[in-house]
Design a protein around this ligand. Structure first.
Ligand SMILES: C[S@@+](CC[C@H](N)C(=O)[O-])C[C@H]1O[C@@H](n2cnc3c(N)ncnc32)[C@H](O)[C@@H]1O
Length: 307
């Protein structure tokens, strides 16, 4: 669903299809019993997690509810992630949807689509400086800086392991072949990894002056910041001069069925697009017509800080 708003943002169905297709292992009709069985298994798992969360809420705060849990989860994750395996088209699959399409695909394929949307968004808003908040080991920044040699890119990440992994890749002589191959469009500058500034810190208190970057963006990072949602959104608005771009599971798209169970039991981001104004952001464009896991539907929102 692309809303008719002033930004001239364009992405075609064919481009999205070709970005995602290498990660699709099997396609189904919605009536296919094999598809129904996979979906049922996912529903059952998420439904049980949902009730576990409801019953033991006070004893066992789940993932997104507390930043200390998010931090320890991602310290372990980024400390043990190897880019080749992480970005591979081969490996475990998950049920995914896109309109009427039913697919078993590698979840990481959705990131390729997110990168395509961000590329088109940057072509539209033409920033000179960009910050990613919650940048993990920097995969989005490495690909995007490879497309836009004239933009100054920075990344800020909560975990030491994520920031260290990003800095390590940043010191390599050029982008690794895994990253070049993962990029949905051809990379222009293979030395882009050396141009990015990485910081360790929290979105709760960004260590930057007001209006420091033309664009500030997040990809599936606010999802884990429900505890600090309002502070984080205000911080994004404060340090962004022109736009804040978020590819996040806004509640608008995650309020029903398996997505509701998953969202609730993980205590993910509960923000709605029309609530962004409360935290100083005016939404201009919402784009949600993208392949996504059945359990979580992120949408891209382009907003500007309200001065
Ligand atoms: C799902 S990962 C996404 C990483 C990256 N954006 C990507 O698309 O590959 C979420 C990231 O947000 C980071 N994060 C969570 N809370 C944060 C905070 N308060 N400040 C900065 N980063 C945070 C986590 O450490 C993790 O690296």
């Amino acid at each position: 669903m692309a809303q008719s708003l002033p930004l001239n943002f364009r992405v075609s169905r064919e481009e999205i299809y070709s970005a995602f297709e290498p990660f699709v292992h099997r396609r189904f009709r919605s009536s296919d019993m094999r598809w129904k069985r996979r979906v049922f298994r996912s529903w059952r798992k998420k439904f049980l997690e949902f009730w576990q969360h409801k019953i033991f809420k006070r004893l066992n705060t789940s993932f997104g509810g507390r930043q200390y849990k998010v931090k320890s989860t991602y310290e372990n994750f980024w400390g043990s992630t190897e880019t080749g395996a992480h970005l591979s088209t081969k490996g475990k699959t998950t049920p995914c949807l896109w309109g009427e399409d039913r697919m078993l695909a590698r979840g990481i394929g959705t990131k390729r689509v997110h990168l395509l949307l961000l590329k088109r968004a940057f072509e539209t808003v033409q920033p000179e400086s960009v910050l990613e908040v919650g940048s993990g080991y920097g995969i989005n920044l490495f690909v995007l800086s490879g497309y836009f040699p004239a933009i100054r890119f920075s990344g800020l990440e909560l975990t030491r392991q994520g920031a260290l992994a990003a800095k390590k890749i940043g010191k390599m002589s050029c982008l690794s072949q895994d990253i070049v191959d993962f990029a949905p469009d051809p990379i222009i500058d293979v030395n882009a990894n050396r141009r990015i500034n990485f910081y360790q810190g929290s979105a709760k208190n960004l260590p930057f002056a007001d209006n420091s970057f033309d664009v500030v963006y997040t990809v599936l990072a606010l999802e884990a910041m429900e505890e600090i949602r309002h502070q984080a959104l205000r911080e994004l608005a404060r340090v962004a001069r022109k736009y804040v771009i978020m590819i996040e599971p806004f509640s608008d798209f995650n309020e029903k069925g398996i997505r509701y169970f998953y969202h609730t039991s993980h205590q993910y981001f509960r923000g709605r697009v029309d609530e962004l104004r409360q935290d100083g952001l005016e939404p201009h464009l919402v784009y949600s017509d993208i392949p996504h896991k059945i359990r979580l539907w992120p949408a891209m929102v382009i907003a500007s800080p309200i001065s």
